[in-house]
Design a binder for this molecule. Structure first.
Ligand SMILES: *Cc1c(COP(=O)(O)O)cnc(C)c1O
Length: 383
């Protein structure tokens, strides 16, 4: 029997996207050609920022941004409720993550951040994640930045397109650097891909160098004299191959043109869920209306209802509905526990994890499928 699978998220690809990629495949450049520049220009324009440096993944963007902000041994406040890449980037840079508990939005709690900063623990930076697409209060971050001199990295993997009053996720008005991901489940996709955005010239220069093996080709920036070789270049730092290809950039560029439609659709679907769960024990995660709705998360107190989340997930899966739990607290992972971290140090993140479910939300979700999901969820959880 054919049965449809409805996952928690998926990409939305149209004929324009396909044509853009085919065009590159027929051109002279598969990588590091004009499409990378065009994609970067479009991102700069969309976010109104000075620099955009595209790289091969969101993780690569976090790695490079971390290297541009941190020195070995620096302490960084971050959230346990994120994809692993956020805190891994801190560890890649030889720095030390400090997991801070979450607030009612399941975002890093800025009051707890201030408690730590007040004690003068020489914290270098805050790596903040706009969880599910719901921005962290920019004014709260500016306050901490100005009062305590911490650097701010905004991980916008979920929040491209989200706004808060006059602020936009990734606009770099309240952070030193922001990172984007173009993985298929994110706001827009380039299949794999990411970007570092900043108004800081030093960070941008460092990112450009690190994404291509630490190589410098600008004559004026050479450390040694260039000899007669017209192709002379210098490796000035230990970098990587984190370049984004023209094929990926063409897809990303084509997707970015549709971002307003994507956001509008996600917000419309979210409103339908909001209305369906009013006055029930299925509690939508608090968000503001300008969330980019990367995820639609509901919280359910399974214990109180005498229910078991795991069996509910399995039963829904048998009907074709694949739910997710975002996120297992990072400090619960064996790698981090072996380093001495412990999920009980952030009890709210742990409690949140035990109650959360990410339910299907993506641009191609049909009205009929959404209704099927709502009815199935209600009958599993509320009956
Ligand atoms: C997806 C994601 C990343 C990593 O992005 P990739 O493109 O998959 O490497 C980083 N941080 C968060 C919060 C994410 O959701």
């Amino acid at each position: 029997m054919y049965q449809k699978t409805i996952g928690y998220s998926r990409q939305y690809i149209d004929q324009d996207d396909i044509n853009s990629v085919i065009e590159v495949l027929k051109s002279d450049f598969l990588t590091t050609g004009p499409k990378v520049d065009e994609f970067e220009e479009a991102i700069k324009k969309y976010l109104n920022v000075k620099h955009a440096v595209c790289v091969s993944s969101g993780t690569a963007s976090l790695h490079i941004a971390a290297l541009s902000l941190l020195n070995k041994g620096d302490k960084v406040l971050t959230t346990p409720n994120s994809f692993l890449a956020t805190s891994n980037a801190i560890v890649y840079a030889g720095a030390i993550p400090i997991f801070v508990d979450v607030d009612a939005h399941a975002n890093i709690d800025l009051n707890l951040c201030e408690d730590i900063l007040k004690k003068g623990n020489s914290i270098k930076a805050i790596f903040a994640v706009d969880f599910a697409g719901n921005m962290i209060d920019p004014e709260g971050l500016i306050y901490l930045k100005e009062k305590y001199g911490v650097k701010i990295l905004e991980d916008c993997a979920h929040s491209l397109g989200a706004t808060w009053k006059n602020y936009k996720a990734g606009d770099c008005k309240f952070c030193d650097v922001a990172t984007l991901s173009f993985h298929p489940v994110k706001s827009i996709t380039s299949a794999e891909g990411g970007c570092i955005v900043t108004n800081n010239d030093y960070i941008a220069k460092k990112a450009l160098m690190l994404r291509n093996h630490g190589i410098v080709r600008n004559k004026n920036e050479f450390i040694y004299k260039d000899d007669d070789n017209p192709l002379y270049f210098e490796m000035q730092d230990l970098g990587f191959n984190y370049r984004l290809s023209d094929v990926h950039s063409a897809l990303g560029l084509s997707q970015l043109k549709k971002i307003d439609f994507f956001l509008e659709t996600r917000r419309k679907l979210a409103k339908i869920y909001d209305a369906a769960f009013v006055d029930t024990q299925i509690k939508p995660l608090h968000t503001n209306a300008e969330s980019s709705y990367h995820l639609y998360v509901v919280r359910v107190n399974f214990k109180e209802l005498g229910k078991n989340r795991s069996s509910i997930m399995k039963s829904l899966k048998s009907k074709g509905i694949h739910l997710q739990t975002h996120y297992i607290p990072i400090n619960a992972q064996p790698f981090y526990q072996n380093m001495g971290y412990n999920p009980h140090s952030t009890p709210k993140a742990l409690e949140y994890y035990n109650q959360c479910l990410s339910i299907p939300l993506f641009v191609g979700l049909t009205e009929q499928d959404q209704k099927f999901v709502i009815d199935a969820l209600k009958s599993e959880i509320l009956s």
